[in-house]
Every structure is written in structure tokens, then in C-alpha cells.
Design a protein around this ligand. Structure first.
Ligand SMILES: Cc1cc2nc3c(=O)[nH]c(=O)nc-3n(C[C@H](O)[C@H](O)[C@H](O)COP(=O)(O)OP(=O)(O)OC[C@H]3O[C@@H](n4cnc5c(N)ncnc54)[C@H](O)[C@@H]3O)c2cc1C
Length: 407
């Protein structure tokens, strides 16, 4: 079986299939495993954690839990000066969610797949030779034969145009510039104790701009945990950090800035200049090569699938704006579900085409519920509806004590 894309879902499916003794190979466009910094943590919910538990060998699952942390129990909404508007308290279910560093999780998902991940392989198309024979073609002119092809090649999926031609994602007006800054600077933590367990969304005075930040604290030192549970594998990040994201309108991000790390960080600094000094400090001290620009898009539900033995998973088929923390969880859930259907088909001697169709029928409802929820949250939190924005930024903050005093 051939998977294009060594991201969260592609690697998770590879782990699932390999545990079941199925010959699987992953083809990744990047030239190596840690070429691109992706400066953020993700929160794994019940679906994400269950998918990892079903797919990974036990020590690797324990490694994901050990290096992760219980996410903070709150999301605070504040004005731009960090004065509280209101706070959402998440349900208190210990161990139901886990905050993990994304690069660390990717490294865990790669463990044991030696010789099965092939870099510099940008998938471009699938040829269907009939009678169960597919050929996955790459941009460099090479190709591999496979009985099943899975496109897990993310939001810009090259295979989606062919496999689900009506499912090209819709653009949204919003974008995010993301960064990562050291949690401890000059011997002290940058995040005040009052915000230790909170994610914070600071909303600007004008609609359509906000700043999010939260800290990523490793439960156990990644180096030590990797040495204990996955000797020989690489722990890509060593220190706790603050992940932040400036949310702004796409039209505020000039073309010349896109792809230029320094220009993106400078844009973030300019657009957050009137926020609280803590926020300005986070941007000023951000690691340059962890700066990421994300243009938010929403997936469109495929109505037809062009190649019966080929399918799509994750952002390739149901990208969603990063509101509500469901994109990665849904991608991992897809991987475990597709793995389960393929393994059952092999065990029962039933048709692979049916297994893939069952996966698609089951995946689309939960995935597009998540897309709708994320898009709705984005509209509510960044939209221009004057009254709610005014209440959030001008009324509610006046009713609360100062959250983070300004020095
Ligand atoms: C700032 C931010 C914060 C987020 N926070 C959360 C969170 O808290 N919780 C959560 O659940 N989700 C979160 N998400 C969403 C989550 O990161 C994505 O939904 C998830 O990574 C999707 O996984 P995937 O496997 O579909 O794609 P990816 O992980 O993006 O992997 C795709 C892979 O395919 C490769 N590729 C691309 N094109 C090709 C090609 N032609 N051929 C071969 N390979 C190719 C890419 O290089 C990449 O390695 C967040 C996203 C952002 C931007």
C-alpha cells in the first residue's frame, strides 16, 4: 500500500498497517523528516488519543503521553490589554485530553518505520490499471505500483484534484502568523502564574484581529523519555515554549511577505504593536525559523470518488480553520478508521473497494461536522458583527479585575 504524505495521518495509518503485518510505504514531498519547523503544539482529544492508542506499539503510545501534558483547563477571552472578558472552563476529565508538541508527535509516529518513508517524493497522480493495480506517480518522473493509494498530503493535496475533483477547499478571509518563543527567558518564566494553565485569546479593538497564546510544557524531558521508550529515535524539541498566533485578515498579508520568515515575524510585530507588552515580548523573542503562515480554508464535501482503490485522509479532504482544535484529531481518527477497515477486509477476505467506501461513508459525517464547527467558531470570534465584538472588547473587560498588570 502507498501513502502520500508523512504528516500526522499518513504516519499514523502506516503504523496501524505495519502492526497488522501489511506492507506499507510512505512517500513524502519534503527532502527530510524535520525540514520544516511547525511551531505549535496540538491538543489531542479522545478521538486523537484513541487513534494513537490503536495504531502505535505500546511503548510509543506511552512516549506520546509521557512527553505531553495535561492541557490547561481554561480558555480566556480578553481584550488586547489582557483584561478578562470571560473564561471557558473545559470539562474536568483527567487524561481525556493531552497537549503534545507537534514535531515530537511526528517523530514518535516515524519511529520503527525505517526504510518505509521515502523523501523527495512529491505525488502528482494515480493511474488505475484495473483489476486492483494502481500506480502512484511522482513529480520527479518515478512511480510505484500499489494495491491501495491513500492521499494524506495535507491542505494543498495534489491527489485531491484527481480523486475528489469537486472537493477543492474554499478560501476564507482569515489567516494566522504563528510562532514559538522560549517559555523561560533570563531565568524566569514569561507567562505570569495567573495564566499558567490558560490558553488566551486577546481580541483587538477592530474586528478581524486577535492574538492567541498558550504554553507547551513537556510532561517529561523529551530526551529522557525517548531514550527510555524509543531508543535511537530523535527528540526534536528539548525545552518548554509558548506557542502564539496572530489572527488577521488575509488581505493584511502582502504577497511579498508570504514565505519570508523575517517579513512574517515583522508583520506580526507591527500588527500586535498595540497589544499588551507580554504579547509584544512573545513576538520579539520568537524563534525565526518556527514562524509559520497559515491561510485558513474550509474543506468542501466530496460528492464522488474517482478511483475506487484510492482515497484521502486528513486536511487533504477536510481542512478546517484552526478553531476548536479538531483538525489533527480528525486526521488521526481517519487514519485509525481506514486502517481498521483495510485490516478487516484482509482478515475476512472481503473487497478492498468496499472497505474504502465504508471508510468514506463513515468519515464524511464526523469530519464535515468538525469543519462546520471550526468555520462557525472562526466567524463568531473574528467576524465583524459589531455588537458582540463591542461587548467582548469594551464592556466585559471593564467588569473584571486587571488580569495581567502592565509593567
Ligand atoms: C496553528 C495550528 C494549530 C493547530 N492546532 C491543532 C490542535 O490543537 N488540535 C488539532 O487536532 N489540530 C490542530 N491543527 C490542525 C492540524 O495540524 C492538521 O489538521 C493536521 O496536521 C492534518 O494532518 P494531515 O496528516 O492531514 O496533514 P499534515 O500533517 O499537514 O501532513 C501532510 C504531509 O504531506 C506532505 N505533502 C504535501 N504535498 C505532498 C505531495 N504532493 N506528495 C507527498 N507529500 C506531500 C507534507 O509535506 C506533509 O508532511 C492546527 C493547525 C494549525 C495551523
Amino acid at each position: 500500500m502507498a501513502i502520500s504524505g508523512a504528516g500526522l495521518s499518513g504516519l499514523c495509518l502506516a503504523q496501524y498497517l505495519m502492526r497488522a503485518g501489511i506492507d506499507v510505504h510512505v512517500y513524502e514531498r519534503d527532502p527530510g523528516p524535520f525540514i520544516r519547523q511547525q511551531g505549535y503544539r496540538i491538543i489531542l482529544d479522545r478521538h486523537g488519543l484513541e487513534a494513537l492508542q490503536e495504531s502505535l506499539p505500546r511503548p510509543l503510545y506511552r512516549l506520546a503521553l509521557a512527553t505531553g501534558d495535561e492541557p490547561g483547563g481554561h480558555l480566556r477571552f480578553t481584550d488586547r490589554r489582557l483584561r478578562n472578558a470571560f473564561t471557558i472552563n473545559f470539562k474536568d476529565e483527567p487524561h481525556a485530553t493531552r497537549q503534545v508538541d507537534r514535531l515530537t508527535l511526528r517523530s514518535i509516529l516515524m519511529a520503527g518505520l525505517d526504510g518505509r518513508i521515502h523523501y523527495n517524493k512529491a505525488a502528482v497522480a494515480v493511474d488505475d490499471h484495473g483489476r486492483g493495480g494502481l500506480r502512484l506517480r511522482f513529480g520527479d518522473g518515478s512511480a510505484v505500483d500499489a494495491s491501495v493509494v491513500v492521499g494524506a498530503d495535507g491542505v494543498g493535496s495534489a491527489l485531491r484534484a484527481q480523486l475528489a475533483p469537486d472537493a477543492r477547499p474554499a478560501n476564507t478571509p482569515m489567516a494566522g502568523v504563528y510562532g514559538r518563543s522560549a517559555l523561560r527567558q533570563n531565568g524566569a518564566g514569561v507567562i505570569p502564574e495567573s495564566l499558567r494553565t490558560s490558553g488566551v485569546l486577546a481580541i483587538a479593538n477592530e474586528p478581524g484581529r486577535a492574538f492567541f497564546f498558550t504554553s507547551m510544557r513537556f510532561g517529561e524531558s523529551p530526551q529522557e523519555a525517548f531514550a527510555r521508550l524509543a531508543p535511537g529515535s530523535y527528540a526534536p524539541i528539548a525545552d518548554d515554549y509558548v506557542m502564539w498566533g496572530l489572527l488577521l485578515q488575509q488581505e493584511e498579508v502582502p504577497m511579498g511577505v508570504r514565505g519570508n520568515l523575517l517579513a512574517m515575524r515583522e508583520l506580526a510585530a507591527r500588527r500586535s504593536a498595540d497589544f499588551h507588552p507580554l504579547i509584544r515580548r512573545l513576538v520579539e523573542t520568537a524563534e525565526l525559523d518556527a514562524t509559520v503562515l497559515n491561510l485558513f480554508a474550509t474543506g468542501r464535501r466530496p460528492r464522488q470518488w474517482a478511483v475506487p482503490r484510492a482515497t484521502l485522509m486528513g486536511d487533504a479532504v477536510h481542512v478546517m480553520p484552526p478553531f476548536g482544535a479538531q483538525g489533527g484529531n480528525t486526521a488521526l481518527r481517519d487514519a485509525a478508521l481506514l486502517g481498521q477497515r483495510l485490516v478487516e477486509a484482509r482478515r475476512n477476505g472481503t473487497s478492498i473497494e468496499e472497505a474504502i467506501a465504508d471508510y468514506q461513508d463513515e468519515m464524511l459525517p464526523y469530519a464535515f461536522r468538525a469543519v462546520d464547527t471550526a468555520a462557525g467558531l472562526m466567524r463568531r470570534l473574528t467576524g465583524g458583527a459589531a455588537a458582540p465584538h463591542w461587548v467582548l472588547t469594551r464592556v466585559l473587560p471593564r467588569l473584571h479585575r486587571v488580569t495581567v498588570p502592565e509593567a
